[in-house]
Structure formats: structure tokens, C-alpha cells
Design a protein around this ligand. Structure first.
Ligand SMILES: Cc1cc2nc3c(=O)[nH]c(=O)nc-3n(C[C@H](O)[C@H](O)[C@H](O)COP(=O)(O)O)c2cc1C
Length: 146
């Protein structure tokens, strides 16, 4: 079973807690995992499987702890053609730019050649205060792609 690197962006901790839950689920299914909260580019292996999970802050912006990674990708233009990734956003539909952060990051990864596995999941925390419930089926489908 491959290793999954979970990359989180979070301001208030919700996305981090959620990623810890996903880590447990992945491990129970037999995957090994690496959980990185707000990593920079140097901390990432630019190949293999990533699961990117980020909330949105500001007006559709990435949380502070993913700003550096996003800037590094923009400036350093890494080759991500060996990266396979899934994408999950946490957001609140009462904001204009619902889940803006994961949309931005997804586009950046694809622009650098990363290959997306499955549709991204956007979780509306206004509807699902417990995001784990909204992710259950998505995660099963995503794991089945390996
Ligand atoms: C100041 C502030 C700004 C926010 N802006 C947005 C936004 O533009 N779009 C969106 O979808 N959600 C927005 N949200 C909702 C958060 O993404 C949501 O509450 C999320 O669960 C927070 O996760 P975190 O604890 O990992 O930071 C905002 C929340 C706050 C507190």
C-alpha cells in the first residue's frame, strides 16, 4: 500500500483535526501516512500520493500556514508530474468565495503537472459542522483508486 502525505492548511484547527481523523481512517485501511500541517516546499517529496486538506480564510484565501507553500510553488515552479493528489476543502457557504483556498491550490498543483485523483470534495461546515460525516463516502471512493 502506498504512503499518503496529508497536507493541511488551517487557521483555527478544524482542518487539522479533520486531517487527523482521515489519517486514522487511511491507516485502518492499510495505508501508511505522513501528516504535515502547513509544510513548505522543501519538506515535501515531489512524487507519490498527496491528500491536500485546507480551510478558507480572508475572502477566499489560503490560511496563513499554507501561504508560503503557495508562494514557493508560484516562484519555484517545481515539476509535480510525479504527484498524484486528492483535494478536500472546508469552507462556509455564507461567504462569497466558498472554498476558495482549495480551488486555488488545486489549480496551482495541476498547473505544475500534478495529477488529480477524483473530484475535489468541498465541505460546507454550515451544513456539516462535523466534516467527518460529509467525507465518509468520498474517502472510500478515493481509497479505492489505489
Ligand atoms: C475570518 C474568517 C473568514 C472566512 N472566510 C471564508 C471564505 O472566504 N470562504 C469560505 O468558504 N469559508 C470561509 N471561512 C470559513 C472557514 O473556512 C471554516 O470555518 C473552516 O471550518 C475553518 O477551518 P480551520 O479551523 O481549519 O481554519 C472563514 C472563516 C473565518 C473565521
Amino acid at each position: 500500500m502506498p504512503n499518503i502525505t496529508l497536507i493541511t492548511g488551517s487557521t483555527l484547527g478544524n482542518a487539522e483535526d479533520f486531517a487527523e481523523y482521515l489519517t486514522e481512517k487511511l491507516q485502518l485501511a492499510g495505508f501508511s501516512t505522513t501528516l504535515l500541517h502547513g509544510p513548505n516546499l522543501d519538506e515535501l517529496h515531489l512524487s507519490g500520493q498527496w491528500l491536500v486538506i485546507t480551510s478558507t480564510h480572508g475572502a477566499g484565501e489560503l490560511p496563513d500556514n499554507l501561504q508560503l507553500l503557495s508562494t514557493q510553488i508560484k516562484q519555484q515552479k517545481p515539476d509535480l508530474s510525479q504527484v498524484y493528489f486528492g483535494a478536500i476543502g472546508l469552507g462556509d457557504s455564507s461567504y462569497d468565495q466558498f472554498c476558495g483556498a482549495i480551488k486555488k491550490l488545486e489549480q496551482q498543483l495541476i498547473a505544475r503537472g500534478a495529477i488529480q485523483m477524483g473530484e475535489k470534495l468541498e465541505i460546507d461546515v454550515a451544513k456539516y459542522p462535523i466534516p467527518e460525516i460529509a467525507a465518509e463516502k468520498w474517502l472510500i471512493d478515493w481509497m479505492a483508486k489505489f
